[in-house]
Design a protein. Structure first.
Length: 193
């Protein structure tokens, strides 16, 4: 006796189940990546914070997006949440894209957090074991950690997103604080630290 061949309906059912599983997996991936893929706007900000145990407090470095022509563009005042570098929205788009592709192991939530004030971080007296990287966007917050041994190699490629001279200088100076080598860095290039 010949074995029966599966009927068309069984094959069609198996095909639909496979499509359903693939669609569910795809949607799960999209939900997970929603913060990192959300549009850049005035709420988008990225913070790098690492304060190893030592003699002084390392203030967070925060990037905020502003529109072209905004007087804050290419400035870096000390604000409540740390050294705040204002970059163009197009620079922020590039920075976020590089971060999304970084492989940092992002954890995302739909809660739009606020950065803790530097004073609160200082009073906490935290000697962090890893660098905390946070992206705040309209759709939520993404968090990642960078091992101290990887700070230099992991953050250096992000330079390519920063075209504003002050932004690049601040980011390179920030890395120097952790022992990174930045060839041709001009110490004292900006007076208002």
């Amino acid at each position: 006796m010949k074995p029966e061949r599966p009927t068309f309906s069984i094959l069609a059912f198996a095909f639909l189940v496979a499509i359903g599983v693939c669609t569910a997996e795809s949607n799960h991936g999209q939900a997970r990546a929603s913060v990192l893929n959300s549009p850049v706007d005035e709420k988008t900000a990225v913070r790098f914070f690492y304060d190893p145990a030592g003699n002084y407090f390392h203030y967070p470095l925060v990037f905020r997006a502003v529109e072209e022509g905004n007087p804050l563009l290419n400035t870096a005042p000390m604000r409540e949440d740390g050294r705040t570098v204002y970059i163009s929205q197009s620079e922020m788009v590039e920075l976020v894209q590089l971060l999304a592709r970084s492989g940092f192991g992002w954890r995302e939530s739909e809660t739009v957090e606020a950065f803790s004030p530097s004073k609160k971080l200082l009073l906490a007296g935290i000697g962090l074991e890893t660098m905390d990287v946070r992206l705040i966007a309209s759709k939520g917050t993404a968090k990642a950690e960078v091992s101290p041994k990887d700070i230099c190699t992991t953050l250096k490629p992000l330079d390519s997103a920063l075209r504003a001279p002050r932004a690049l200088w601040e980011f390179q100076g920030f890395r120097i604080n952790y022992g990174c080598k930045v060839p041709e860095f001009k110490y004292g290039a900006y007076d208002d630290r």
